[in-house]
Design a protein around this ligand. Structure first.
Ligand SMILES: Cc1cc2nc3c(=O)[nH]c(=O)nc-3n(C[C@H](O)[C@H](O)[C@H](O)COP(=O)(O)OP(=O)(O)OC[C@H]3O[C@@H](n4cnc5c(N)ncnc54)[C@H](O)[C@@H]3O)c2cc1C
Length: 489
């Protein structure tokens, strides 16, 4: 493998023809490792929500980190822009090839080995193309637990989770990817491999380089391996659905639950009535879980890896919630099947939204204590701007993370709808800024959120980010135009 230091100036500026790229990739990966027939591109151009931008120049499907490194070194030498691709669930246009510039898609789908599991160190070392669910299953077989849990876990990959610093349902208890990664292996933009695959729980030797690549959305390097932190497998868990009169009551109930559940709370999800109805629409087998409808619900879970009476703990929470007037009804699942049915609401409501067609998806975050005021102001102002829009605001209350999504009125032409959603998004992000929140708590910036993101950056923040990009990828070949703009051409 060659690195930047081995190349001559001529090699560094040598453009390349399609046939040469094709030949290089076929020699390295074999014919099944290269896709250059546009008829087979669809799988690599469309994301989970059905968005498509452009076609790739070609798709490379390496099986080893060394192959990734050779491809990247070649691209560096010949100025080929690259984009790393995982399970297509990022939804901000980060992994999909650009429509205006030719990009080589590097799909990690065949780099999918579990390398090593250490049940005493509570760690697992994996290739970055492993599907999240596969890693969770492998951990469980060893009586361990990998806690990252999200709707796309059957298709998203560890490399995508690392690169978007994914969170999910259990952040409250276990943290986001940043807290779950012990070590990383990354192919740098010049083709060298940074090997940081240490399974250490503590390491204060110098800068923590792995953190640079977590959440970098593939703009600083391609993640090829990760050492992940495991936990003991929970032996008991209990789920409940609770009905609350309003968002403020949900927050007060949350503070009660944090105090009543001995740090065993793993999920605390806000589900408004509109979302429950969308879920029942998408999944006709679902029944209204409580007798009377309520404006908002909470789906919560507590879990323990030892003998703890979770039923008593949650029943006590019910009592305290009723006394405090923040809870009007609730059901505690009495079996695993009942618990699965409750959590099915969470999955079906996403399906219900997707069935409603193009809409504004956001993943904003606020200080938890500001959620009521934010929700009130955002709802009032969005409804004033567009009275027929339907707001569905749900999310991970314990992380201050709201999906404040907006369904446009039906019957709009595509252009009119896009303009309206853009206007509503701009307005919503202004309100987020007024509350000192973040415009992305989950999916990242990609291309879709870049303009709004740049507006939130101070000069020092922008200079540091641009400096890091220039240091690691001076030719802007890795995921160009994502997070930061391309240099002016
Ligand atoms: C139904 C659904 C539910 C979700 N729920 C949550 C949630 O609860 N919490 C949350 O945080 N997120 C959530 N997400 C979004 C989440 O970011 C992604 O599901 C996941 O982390 C992305 O992984 P992926 O493999 O699909 O990546 P992709 O979509 O393929 O890529 C995402 C970004 O990472 C880059 N990338 C991918 N692989 C690599 C690699 N190996 N090296 C370098 N860069 C790479 C891509 O270039 C792109 O910029 C959800 C998404 C969906 C569709």
């Amino acid at each position: 493998m060659s690195g930047i230091n081995d190349m001559t100036v001529e090699e560094l500026t040598m453009p390349i023809a399609t046939a040469e790229l094709q030949r290089f990739l076929s020699d390295l990966l074999g014919n099944s490792g290269v896709i250059d027939d546009p008829a087979e591109f669809a799988r690599y151009t469309t994301d989970w929500a059905g968005h498509k931008h452009g076609d790739p120049w070609m798709v490379a499907r390496p099986r080893t980190p060394e192959q990734v490194a050779e491809i990247v070194a070649f691209c560096h030498r010949h100025q080929v822009p690259m984009v790393a691709q995982g399970g297509h669930s990022g939804l901000v246009g980060g992994a999909q090839p650009d429509s205006e510039h030719r990009e080589l898609v590097i799909s990690l789908e065949r780099l999918n080995r579990i390398r090593h599991l250490d049940p005493i160190n509570f760690s697992i070392s994996v290739d970055s193309g492993c599907i999240l669910q596969t890693v969770k299953d492998a951990a469980e077989e060893a009586d361990c637990y990998f806690p990252l849990a999200l709707g796309a876990q059957g298709s998203c990959q560890i490399g995508g989770n690392v690169s978007t610093n994914a969170g999910g349902l259990n952040v409250l208890r276990y943290g986001m990817m940043r807290q779950l990664v012990l070590g990383l292996e990354v192919v740098l933009p010049d083709g060298r491999i940074y090997n940081g695959m240490k399974a250490l729980h503590k390491n204060n030797a110098g800068y923590d380089l792995k953190q640079l690549f977590i959440g970098a959305e593939g703009t600083l390097g391609i993640v090829t391996g990760a050492v992940l932190k495991l936990s003991p497998r929970p032996q008991v868990s209990r789920s409940a659905l609770l009905a609350c009169p309003d968002i403020d009551s949900v927050l007060r109930l949350y503070a009660l639950a944090r105090r009543s559940c001995c740090d065993l709370l793993t999920a605390f999800e806000l589900v408004p009535r509109t979302c429950l109805e969308l879920a029942m629409e998408a999944s006709p087998d679902l029944r209204d879980p409580l007798e009377a409808p309520s404006p908002v619900y909470v789906l919560m879970e507590a879990a323990a890896s030892g003998p703890v009476d979770l039923d008593a703990m949650i029943e006590n929470l019910f009592e305290r919630g009723f006394e405090a007037g923040v809870l009007t009804d609730g059901v505690l699942a009495s079996s695993d099947t009942q618990a699965r049915n409750l959590w099915h609401i969470r999955e079906a409501m996403l399906e219900g939204q997707r069935n409603r067609g193009e809409h504004l998806r956001t993943d904003v975050s606020l200080p938890i204590s500001s959620l009521t005021a934010f929700h009130q102001r955002a709802s009032d102002e969005i409804q004033a701007l567009c009275p027929q829009a339907m707001i569905i605001a749900y999310g991970h209350i314990g992380d201050g993370n709201l999906h404040f999504n907006i369904l446009p009125p039906p019957g709009l032409e595509a252009e009119e709808r896009a303009a309206l959603l853009h206007e509503l998004e701009e307005h919503l992000f202004e309100i987020v800024g007024d509350f000192d929140g973040s415009i992305s708590a989950e999916h990242g910036i990609g291309r879709f959120k870049q303009t709004a993101f740049l507006e939130t950056l101070s000069e020092p923040e922008y200079d540091i980010m641009r400096g890091l990009k220039r240091l690691l990828d001076p030719r802007y070949l890795m995921s160009p135009g994502r997070i930061l703009p391309r240099p002016i051409e």
